[in-house]
Design a binder for this molecule. Structure first.
Ligand SMILES: N[C@@H](CCC(=O)N[C@@H](CS)C(=O)NCC(=O)O)C(=O)O
Length: 206
């Protein structure tokens, strides 16, 4: 059985959403990042980076949220990670886009507006927030255009790319953001927001 180590932030949610959507039996282990549990010796024996999420298998571990999502879906032979090479590349493309571009800026805003205060790291930096917000608005427009013509990121059906992207996009609640300019993202967002898998994952932190 899998054990997922994680915290209540986007990278862990990506893995949780995928495991829940797959309907896999797994155990969730909370790692309190505010207490530095991720840098304790026992945890560092499992993962050299000392970061979450971490997926523990019977005799091995996987770090990096993207790798965890792909591995779990592959192992389950799930259509959530399409077998068709082009469809799979499309899922990978959007996962990379979120990790490197849009998701990075959304997470910057979440860090500045939420984590800094909770971790006693001072106030949000207005210049960092402005730069991140401008980039979010530019890059969200690319996503809106895509979702205007496709119900899901990799085409006609839900994939791990949607669950991965959702974990980033739900961070828009943490800054001044209006859905008005992104109606197609909003339709997609609401569809995912209502999935039982998403609700079950969130319940881990209630
Ligand atoms: N690229 C990694 C990022 C992992 C990451 O940065 N996790 C954060 C929480 S969202 C963390 O563990 N931070 C604690 C630390 O860096 O000490 C992934 O996608 O899994």
């Amino acid at each position: 059985m899998y054990r997922l180590y994680g915290f209540g932030t986007q990278n862990t949610f990506k893995a949780l959403y995928v495991l829940e959507e797959l309907g896999i039996d797994y155990d969730f282990q909370f790692v309190d990042l505010f207490k530095g549990e991720q840098k304790q010796e026992d945890f560092l024996k499992l993962t050299p980076m000392g970061k979450v999420p971490l997926l523990q298998l019977d005799d091995d571990c996987i770090f990096e949220s993207g790798a965890i999502c792909r591995y779990a879906a592959n192992q389950a032979r799930s259509p959530l990670y399409p077998e068709d090479a082009l469809q799979r590349a499309k899922a990978d493309q959007w996962m990379d886009f979120f990790s490197i571009h849009l998701g990075k800026w959304l997470s910057t805003l979440f860090f500045e507006n939420v984590i800094k205060e909770k971790a006693g790291m001072g106030k949000a930096n207005p210049e960092t927030c402005e730069e991140a917000r401008n980039l979010v608005l530019q890059q969200m427009a690319i996503v809106d255009d895509h979702l205007a013509n496709n119900p899901y990121f990799s085409g006609e059906s839900l994939s791990i790319a949607d669950l991965f992207a959702f974990a980033y996009i739900e961070q828009v609640e943490t800054f001044d953001f209006s859905w008005n300019d992104f109606p197609h993202v909003k339709v997609w967002f609401d569809k995912l927001d209502n999935r039982d898998s998403i609700k079950r994952a969130r319940q881990k932190f209630e």
